[in-house]
Design a protein around this ligand. Structure first.
Ligand code: NAP
Length: 536
């Protein structure tokens, strides 16, 4: 790869930040347009989420076949998934396979965390610098940093005082961590911890789980894909992608058109049991259509789920602690689990209720809550992410008039169509901010940006931006869609709403109009010559 020379950074057509699911596909599309494009990737390998989150138990909870790329028949044919919900090592291998197959790696600079990206109005170029001093200029600056990249460490006194080992789950070591016989503490009980805990509970000497909020975790029901099934499964791919196109959030599961109380209690329970017995997100997205909009319908299902949790935990007092009662079902991301609740029947596992006695500090020897101290050899922080905005505002991105993105978004995220923000021309955001099965919308947004750049090149445009009016109208419209939505009803600790990070503006961080509507709008705006954007 050609590096910049002293005093004369190379000038490219496009820099993409991030070699995860979206960035890799975006690079593929740009190279196919014969553009000179490169990815800058902070990690030491490609894969994004599936490079960083290597904690035991990390796996898809969308079906492997609905999460995979759809754009290449050859790739679909050549890659065999070994499980219906594939694990992190395989997911990372898949993304490497894709990058190798399309010869992308020669255009990816690894270990390159972007420190700053500054827009030069005169030259219509972005001047980009990485933490290791690499400089490059680019006409387009495209952020594909994902939604869950910036780790969120809790603001607890004494974290650096701890003398044992400690890890944040999304910065997990590459070598196997030996838990044998050790006293391990896990802080947090979100989707990550719920995958991790059952994987290590059998190996550790003693496990202490520090829980602040109980979650509605539902059984994943993963299974192997036998070699004999591969060919038949592959025949279903076209229908799988078509089906995802028909659903609100591009998952395979479609809501049942009936309303909860339209059917008898007996029928309702039978239906709940039916979706409960299915794998994956059937228990969330395959429910009665009003279960996420009508409070009484939601509570009816929440009661059913609470019952399912209680059935699996022997000690009723622990079962109570594990049973959420303070937020509606689905208002926070539903974790999918394998043997999670059974862990609490083991003698070597203790659940600590932080609602009753919060963590006061981390000490040299462990965790001290307001009523006890817990001696530990290892502390695992499964405390989540500064979602969507965290990674973007940590970079020093400066647009016209030297305004930083952080300042521009001080009162919350403002975009037009999720793609651009005013004052930052030729800067595209393709982080994955449509509420959607990730790869399904990653392909949509990378296609849209590629076609837009191609249109600009075909028509002699140098610059695309949006203005405050388009941005305001879109932001208000996007906000109006969230009124009364279930996601707004969990009062705390919800990364969808930014409420898991102190001081962050409370706002639904995804576009909530649905994948179908978003795709149609993308198409319409492109056909209109990019209405709401200014090309010059
Ligand atoms: P999370 O859902 O934000 O959970 C963080 C956990 O840490 C919560 O239980 C939170 O408690 C707790 N916590 C945070 N600060 C704390 C503090 N100071 N003291 C005590 N507890 C604290 O993060 P996550 O589990 O990493 O999951 C984030 C998202 O990643 C998921 O929602 C999901 O979208 C994605 N994910 C996906 C997969 C997959 O696709 N297979 C797997 C794992 C994760 P509160 O709830 O009380 O705030």
């Amino acid at each position: 790869m050609s590096e910049s020379q002293e005093g004369s950074p190379e000038v490219l057509d496009a820099i993409v930040v991030g070699a995860g699911v979206t960035g890799l596909y975006q690079l593929y599309r740009l190279l196919n347009l014969n553009l000179n494009a490169k990815i800058l990737e902070a990690g030491g390998g490609v894969g994004g989420t599936w490079y960083w989150n290597r904690y035991p138990g990390a796996r898809f909870d969308s079906e492997s076949i609905s999460y995979q790329y759809s754009f290449s028949d050859e790739l679909l044919e050549e890659w065999n998934w070994s499980e219906h919900y594939s694990g992190q090592p395989e997911n990372e291998r898949y993304l490497n396979f894709m990058a190798d197959k399309f010869s992308l790696k020669q255009h990816i600079r690894l270990n390159s965390r972007v420190k700053s990206a500054v827009y030069n109005s005169e030259k219509v170029l972005w001047e980009i610098e990485t933490e290791d001093g690499y400089k490059v200029c680019s006409r387009f600056f495209i952020s594909a940093v994902g939604i869950l990249s910036a780790t969120h460490m809790p603001d607890i006194e004494g974290i650096s005082d701890f003398k044992g080992e400690s890890f944040h789950t999304s910065r997990w070591p590459h070598e196997k961590v030996d838990f044998k016989g050790k006293r391990v503490g896990v802080i947090g009980t979100g989707a990550t911890a719920i995958q991790l805990i059952p994987e290590i509970a059998g190996e550790v000497g003693h496990l202490t789980v520090f829980q602040r909020t109980a979650n509605y975790a539902c059984p994943l029901r993963n299974s192997k894909i036998e070699d004999s099934e591969q060919e038949d499964l592959k025949k279903t791919y076209p229908e799988t992608f078509e089906r995802c196109k028909r659903t609100f959030a591009a998952f395979m599961q479609e809501a049942d058109p009936r309303n909860t109380f339209e059917v008898s209690e007996e029928e309702r329970l039978a239906f709940y049991e039916e979706i409960w017995s299915k794998p994956g997100f059937h228990k969330w997205f395959g429910n009665f259509q009003d279960s996420m909009t009508d409070d009484a319908a939601n509570e009816e299902y929440a009661k059913f789920v609470r019952g399912k949790i209680r059935e699996r935990v022997k000690d009723p007092a622990i079962a109570d602690l594990l049973t959420p009662t303070d937020h509606p079902f689905g208002s926070k991301r539903i974790p999918l689990e394998t043997n999670y609740y059974e862990v609490y029947n083991q003698d070597n596992v203790q659940l600590v209720n932080l609602k009753e006695a919060p963590i006061e500090k981390i000490t040299a020897t462990g965790v001290q809550t307001t009523d006890n101290s817990y001696d530990l050899d290892v502390i695992i922080y499964a405390t989540g992410f500064d979602a969507i905005t965290g990674e973007l505002t940590r970079m020093n991105i400066r647009g016209e008039n030297d305004q930083s993105l952080k300042e521009a978004w001080a009162d919350g995220v403002k975009t037009y169509m999720t793609f651009q923000t005013s004052g930052f021309p030729n800067f595209f955001l393709i982080n994955g901010t449509v509420f959607c099965n990730f790869t399904r919308c990653a392909e949509v947004v990378a296609d849209w940006v590629s076609e837009c750049i191609d249109y600009m090149n075909q028509n002699g445009y140098q610059k695309i931006g949006t203005n405050e009016q388009s941005e305001q109208e879109w932001t208000e419209y996007a906000e109006s869609l969230t009124e009364g939505m279930i996601f707004t009803k969990a009062k705390t600790g919800n990364w969808f709403m930014g409420t898991n990070v102190a001081g962050k503006k409370k706002q639904f961080l995804f576009y909530a109009g649905g994948a179908i509507e978003f795709r149609e709008r993308c198409e319409k705006v492109a056909k209109s010559g990019y209405e709401g954007f200014q090309l010059s």
